[in-house]
Design a protein around this ligand. Sequence first.
Ligand SMILES: Nc1ncnc2c1ncn2[C@@H]1O[C@H](COP(=O)(O)OP(=O)(O)OP(=O)(O)O)[C@@H](O)[C@H]1O
Length: 224
Amino acid sequence: MIELEQVSYGYGGSTLLSDISMKLAPGSFHFLTGPSGAGKTTLIKLCYAELTATRGRVSLFDQDTQQMSRDDVARARRRIGVVHQDCQFLDHLNVAENVSLPLTVSGRSLEHPSELDDLLAWVGLTPQRDAKPPELSGGERQRAALARAVVMSPDVILADEPTGNVDWDMSLRLLRLLVELNKMGKTVLIATHDMNLIRSAKAQIQARVLRISNKQLHQAGADL
Ligand SMILES: Nc1ncnc2c1ncn2[C@@H]1O[C@H](COP(=O)(O)OP(=O)(O)OP(=O)(O)O)[C@@H](O)[C@H]1O
């Protein structure tokens, strides 16, 4: 689905990520860990071609991004749902409108309007359907961000700290949703600092753990 081959990236001339290779196979579930500032968000941005590697090759759905037109990249990105770390919303739109924004901006609509209701029910936000983002709790915002990431039925979900700033019960609830998506066949990558979350996931599904340290990506071992 997404493959990085010997990819390097840095901001302002310095190297942040060096010689990174990874492959997100269809239906796989990965965690991405590493110290704060190690480059997790940067790596996620490389995975959906928001950033362009300074060296190496990034392929989306078996196509080398360097050989892809802007339209090809845009099409590929529609197959990738991203849960951003800061979960920003448009504050003048309600939850339902914010969640359906990716459809609105791409000129699409759901086959059945009830699909949006189903999606909001799935993340437990039916009561907040008409609420504006500033009225939401942290956990509600994270669930709205997840709903927005999956509204286009992406094949891949990249979630950047989807359980940041929420309590443990809410973290487990969000993890359950991501595990459900994976069981439906979606490829999932979650960046997190939370080792307990990783342990909890590993008890439910086969999850691989990748760790960034010293600019490189390592497969984490049995220490989890
Ligand atoms: N647009 C940018 N311009 C310059 N430097 C940046 C930019 N974005 C990120 N950085 C720097 O790159 C480094 C890695 O940032 P990144 O957000 O990828 O790390 P992270 O592992 O996701 O961190 P955290 O766990 O704290 O979210 C940091 O030192 C950050 O300050």
